[in-house]
Design a protein around this ligand. Structure first.
Ligand code: PEP
Length: 256
């Protein structure tokens, strides 16, 4: 039994307008009231952050953003700064999601800058990493994961330390939105690899504290077996986070 608090995080992606987000946030507040054993987070689209943040204020549900820019402000049309996210009520920010990497050209170098900026601003980053199907089938999973860790945490590596609030999310690209979940054994193998890397790179005491979430077609019927694995500390949920009937049972997995 480890001391890491489980976390279930919902990434709403480009879904739900302000009214829909508010209705959903209110439903979640009601239906997850009393859940104290697990941290819960939702990441609505930017337009709904402030309204959802006001609704969740004082509750146990954390508010996260799905992305941000590393600069504090200026001529960056279409971008959002770390302090703007804080201003909207966010405590967390998802960085390096595979959709950001594959559809919007985010590189490890950019993610490294975002990670440093988030920490400096006081936001808790949820750093996503994961291999594609081609990389897995080519036997390159661990090499890809290690490279993503090394390059997207370059700034932290230079300092030789990392705050234990940082959250990692292992999301095999082939399992995102595809209905294909990594087996609990496949996920554990990579989570264990990541924790060992953290132990080697920083220190084993710190590695034991870092939460590593799994993401990729998590559903009510596979969450428990994933959470039973030693190094899986929670889930980053996409599709199934958009409906109370699927997200609430995932949040309450420990009670089923
Ligand atoms: C995600 O986008 O982070 C994700 C895991 O999506 P899904 O749960 O839909 O696979």
């Amino acid at each position: 039994m480890n001391e890491r608090r489980p976390m279930i995080a919902g990434n709403w992606k480009m879904n739900l307008n302000v009214k829909e987000s508010l209705d959903f946030a209110r439903t979640l507040l009601k239906e997850t009231a009393g859940v104290e054993e697990t941290d819960v987070l939702v990441a609505p689209p930017f337009t709904a952050l402030r309204a959802v943040g006001e609704t969740l204020a004082g509750s146990r549900i954390f508010l996260g953003a799905q992305n941000m820019h590393w600069e504090a402000g200026g001529a960056f049309t279409g971008e959002i700064s770390p302090s703007m996210l804080l201003d909207a009520g966010c405590s967390h920010v998802i960085l390096g999601h595979s959709e950001r990497r594959s559809l919007f050209g985010e590189t490890n170098e950019m993610i490294d800058r975002k990670l440093g900026a988030a920490l400096q601003a006081g936001l808790i980053p949820i750093l996503c990493i994961g291999e594609t199907l081609e990389e897995r089938e080519g036997g390159r999973t661990f090499a890809v994961i290690e490279k993503q860790l090394e390059e997207s945490m370059k700034g932290l590596l230079k300092t030789g330390s990392m705050p234990d609030s940082v959250i990692l999310a292992y999301e095999p690209v082939w399992a995102i939105g595809t209905g294909k979940t990594a087996t609990p054994e496949q996920a554990q193998e990579v989570h264990g690899f990541i924790r060992k890397w953290l132990g080697r790179t920083f220190d084993p005491g710190l590695a034991a504290k870092i939460r590593i979430l799994y993401g990729g077609s998590v559903k009510p019927d596979n969450i428990s077996e994933l959470m039973a694995k030693e190094d899986i500390d929670g889930a980053l949920v996409g599709g199934a986070s958009l409906k109370a009937q699927s997200f609430v049972p995932i949040v309450k997995y420990a009670r089923i």
